[in-house]
Design a protein. Structure first.
Length: 232
């Protein structure tokens, strides 16, 4: 099943985000001042990206995300729980001040939830509970039904999640269901997630680097080990 998560479209300001104190409304109607992700330049233009097209293993990337990497991740893939409600007219510039501030707490909460579920899944512990977490999380998801061409001259109907975080949980569900695989690159200084399970390295460059370093190690070990010929 293709869930349509890869179709999710998110708005990102050209100049990226930064952390600022901002006023946000809580669900009970009260407002509070807290650290938020906001566009760096308010007169910036927004561009649309398809985050899961860029990184199909985004659920794994987010689960691994450290506090100091949140801005970097938002600059690449956009905000988790906020978007522009209506699609602007084609050809018209969309300004960054249309994007509401997203509290950093939202990121912390989502990262914690995703990390806990992923760790439980990887440890093969309590899969029933993982399935329940995914179900609870996806029960709140809102979708648009959209028609796309399938390349063979036919029209395919697909569900596109409105929010990035819903698409991310869907992607986790797809990994848990065995539809996609997310490996971690084993090359030195990489660790990137990529959607394959039949390879150890994410790219040719990483494979070459790993081989080169393994080769250097072998030569060093050969040179440092006592030679049976030495001393004769
Ligand atoms: Zn790599």
């Amino acid at each position: 099943m293709n869930s349509g998560g890869d179709l999710v479209e998110i708005w990102i300001p050209d100049g990226g985000f930064e952390i600022q104190r901002g006023k946000v409304k809580a669900t009970d109607g009260s407002s509070a001042v807290t650290d938020c992700l906001v566009p760096k330049w308010s007169n910036d233009e927004l561009m649309v990206v398809r985050p899961l097209h860029r990184q199909p293993c985004l659920h794994r990337v987010l689960a691994d995300c450290r506090h100091d990497q949140i801005v970097k991740l938002a600059n690449l893939y956009g905000l988790l729980t906020l978007t522009i409600p209506r699609k602007p007219e084609p050809g018209k510039a969309v300004h960054a001040d249309l994007l509401p501030p997203e509290p950093l707490d939202v990121w912390h909460r989502e990262i914690r939830a995703l990390r806990a579920a992923a760790e439980m899944w990887d440890a093969s512990k309590n899969r029933e509970l993982v399935a329940r977490r995914i179900t609870e999380r996806l029960a709140r998801t809102s979708f648009h039904l959209i028609a796309t061409t399938d390349g063979g001259g036919k029209i395919a109907l697909r569900y596109r999640p409105t929010l990035l975080i819903d698409a991310i949980w869907q992607q986790f569900a797809r990994e848990a269901a065995g539809i996609i695989h997310c490996a971690r690159c084993r090359a030195p200084n990489c660790g990137r997630r990529f959607p394959r399970n039949d390879r150890q390295y994410c790219s040719r460059a990483c494979r070459m680097r790993a081989w080169r370093q393994a080769g250097e190690r072998t030569i060093e070990e050969t040179l440092s080990s006592p030679s049976p010929l030495r001393g004769r």
